[in-house]
Ligand binder design. Structure first.
Ligand code: 3HC
Length: 285
């Protein structure tokens, strides 16, 4: 099936950039969020981003105008998905909320529509049975910042049809990404499993008082050639996300080692959620 119309549900940290990627690649995109403030932020981001690309000479004025016509923002979930070929969900990492949304999407979307989740950790088989189309429910996982990062993980659990996986891989390629296909479901997929190992160790070193978070970041950058250190990255991806993911994992495994680290809990409780909050490990005011 050739996908032309995409709906992105959730215009937050990931969703607004995924929507822009799709619009830049010529898809017709509708981006929705139930929170008017978040949607408003996504609309100004889109305007400013396109202006900036034109000013940088990376996009012609004509192309920017075309992208603007490719993308629409709406508060209405129904309006965003009624004619979508592919829905990409990018809402909060809470299983019960995602299951409720997917059941609603199943009722609102045409029969052919593929429902993908951008979840960082939750495998789609945990959501697919909330719909009557499990073969068309899969993971399509982007990385932050989605406009820049080339990787997209497409996960073909045993309930996912070949056609669904192929269509989603094709969409990612059309978005100028380099998708990777996972042939089975695994918690954290590929990238977050690798990332988690570094992140856990960095938090442990900080909690043990071995070095400051700034020096741990510097060590990762200059000793390993990482583009940014683990604490800058936590600020970018969101400390709230790290907290929810840790809690979700802990509630499933019951293993105390899976609980978010004391530092993450402290920052989460204080509302210091990273770049989007103006403060995380670093100050962004
Ligand atoms: N949004 C959109 N574009 C951005 C951006 C952002 N937040 N930050 C940077 N860019 C763009 C710039 O506009 C610039 O574009 P151009 O070259 O076409 O003009 C380009 O990226 C380079 O930007 P800068 O020169 O300002 O900065 P850097 O070269 O330092 O790159 C970075 C910034 C891309 C964020 C880089 O530091 C990086 O790759 N960091 C690692 C990010 C990473 O590891 N992401 C994965 C996180 S894990 C995840 O997302 C999983 C999830 O499940 C939690």
């Amino acid at each position: 099936m050739e996908i032309q119309k995409i709906a992105v549900i959730g215009a937050g940290n990931m969703g607004h950039q995924i929507a822009m990627c799709a619009a830049l690649s010529g898809f017709s995109v509708k981006c929705t969020d139930s929170n008017p403030d978040i949607l408003e932020k996504a609309i100004s981001f889109a305007e400013n981003y396109l202006k900036e690309r034109v000013a940088k000479g990376k996009l012609s004025e004509e192309a920017a105008k075309q992208v603007q016509t490719n993308i629409a923002f709406t508060l209405s979930l129904e309006e965003s998905v009624t004619d979508a070929d592919l829905v990409i969900e990018a809402i909060i990492e809470k299983l019960d909320i995602k299951r409720k949304l997917f059941a609603e999407l199943d009722n609102l979307c045409p029969t052919h529509t593929i429902l993908a989740t951008n979840s960082s950790y939750i495998v789609s088989s945990k959501i697919a049975d909330a719909t009557n189309r499990p073969d068309r429910v899969c993971n399509m996982h982007f990385f932050n910042p989605a406009l820049v990062m080339k990787c997209v993980e497409v996960v073909k659990g045993s309930h996912v049809s070949e056609e669904t996986a192929e269509s989603v891989m094709n969409v990612a390629t059309k978005m100028s990404k380099t998708p990777v296909l996972l042939h089975k479901e695994i918690y954290g997929f590929l990238v977050n499993r690798l990332l988690q190992a570094t992140r856990q160790e960095a938090l442990k070193l900080l909690d043990m008082g071995v070095a400051s978070f700034e020096d741990i970041d510097t060590a990762a950058k200059n000793g390993l050639g990482y583009p940014m250190g683990p604490f800058s990255l936590l600020d970018l991806t969101g400390i709230d996300l790290a907290y929810h993911v840790g809690m979700e994992k802990y509630s499933e495994s019951g293993d105390p080692a899976d609980r978010p680290s004391p530092t993450v809990v402290e920052k989460y409780t204080k509302g210091e959620w990273g770049k989007k909050a103006g403060k995380g490990f670093y100050d962004y005011e």
